[in-house]
Design a binder for this molecule. Structure first.
Ligand SMILES: [Zn+2]
Length: 372
């Protein structure tokens, strides 16, 4: 079945504000690159619907959904709302599309569950907002679209869903939703000792929670060790019917918010391998705060999902998309390296698989063996 891409123009226009890490364009860059490359075949681009407030209350509280809607309408929040729902904070500011924008990424995740009913592949780079809680915004996330993706797959008859998250941050909101549910496999690879400080190796939930915290400098070889020693064996043992893959772009070397050292080759390798491991795949976005690395990585995800070759040097129209990006307030934005403009693929960042990484993968494999 032909992969579908769920996108919207709302992401081009909206910004979290002049000083927020999400002041940068991301989804619109991916859409522009895919168009420039001729990577949208007939019918592949599907505009995201926007989830209605009533649909959002399938997981979020009615009070919270109403508060986000009211904050968008008023352009401000009261002190009480800030304290109660985490709205109007430095990380989750009030901005003009603060309800419509996240409601659109939830709409995409709900639609993805329908499109994947009989199998296939969907990419929704606006999705992956894994830190939102039922009653509370957090970590730049307002509504938790990955949770809605899992719920929608389930509503469409898919029972065993794996949620795999390779963002630099642990998906605390998604784990909150499904840690107690043995029909959802929860698997996360994330930087240790980083916000939100959840996702310990020892956490098990009801038995299908697998967390691999990794040290600074985590490289492509180490991600391959995690893929082969943890992700693929768990997906196989779980008899996975669908995978929701949160493919945050903040674990790459050039991201300003975390200290991991992957190249985008590592993400593409995970995407290709996970696609082969289950009959249904939804690839979401997530974190990612360098406009060039995010756009290049997620455009490459779309190429991998379609089996397109990624050329060594981009054609002029695609290069123009990357040359038009600006990254204000960031040192690297002043003199971005030339290969951020002319390529999608990073130089690989292979390295030693350190014993602390190896040992943790071993510990999880041992836990799986004992329980089998
Ligand atoms: Zn992140």
């Amino acid at each position: 079945m032909t992969p579908r891409f769920l996108g919207s123009e709302i992401y081009r226009r909206s910004s979290y504000g002049a000083w927020h890490p999400l002041r940068i364009p991301r989804v619109s860059t991916v859409m522009d690159l895919a168009r420039a490359m001729g990577w949208f075949g007939a019918g592949q681009f599907v505009p995201s619907p926007r989830a209605k407030a009533a649909a959002l209350t399938a997981w979020h509280t009615a009070d919270y959904v109403a508060a986000v809607e009211a904050a968008e309408a008023a352009g401000e929040v009261s002190e009480a709302m800030r304290v109660r729902h985490g709205l109007g904070t430095v990380s989750n500011p009030v901005f003009p599309e603060m309800f419509r924008r996240p409601a659109t990424s939830v709409g995409a995740s709900i639609l993805a569950g329908e499109l994947l009913r009989d199998g296939g592949v969907v990419h929704s780079p606006a999705g992956g907002t894994h830190h939102a809680f039922p009653d509370r915004a957090g970590g730049f996330c307002y509504f938790n679209d990955p949770v809605f993706a899992v719920l929608s797959l389930r509503a469409n008859g898919v029972r065993r869903v794996a949620y795999v998250d390779i963002d630099a941050h642990h998906p605390d909101g998604v784990e909150h939703a499904f840690a107690g549910d043995t029909d959802v496999l929860m698997l996360s690879v994330h930087e240790e000792r980083r916000w939100p400080f959840t996702g310990a190796l020892e956490e098990r939930g009801a038995g299908e929670v697998w967390n691999l915290p990794v040290p600074r400098g985590f490289n492509d070889s180490e991600m391959r060790a995690a893929l082969e020693g943890l992700i693929l064996p768990r997906l196989a043992a779980f008899r996975t019917e669908a995978v929701v893959l949160q493919c945050g772009a903040d674990a790459v070397e050039e991201d300003p918010l975390s200290r991991l050292s992957l190249s985008n080759n590592a993400h593409w390798e995970v995407v290709a391998a996970v696609k082969a491991a289950a009959p249904r795949l939804l690839v979401l976005g997530g974190g990612g705060y360098n406009p060039w690395t995010v756009g290049r990585l997620w455009a490459g995800n779309w190429a991998v999902l379609n089996g397109h070759d990624i050329p060594e040097r981009l054609p002029a129209e695609a290069e123009a998309v990357l040359r038009a990006l600006v990254w204000t307030g960031a040192r690297a934005g002043k003199a971005p390296p030339e290969h951020w403009m002319t390529t999608l693929r990073d130089a690989p960042r292979e390295g030693e698989v350190r014993e602390e990484v190896r040992g943790r993968i071993r510990a999880l494999a041992e836990r799986a063996r004992v329980w089998a």
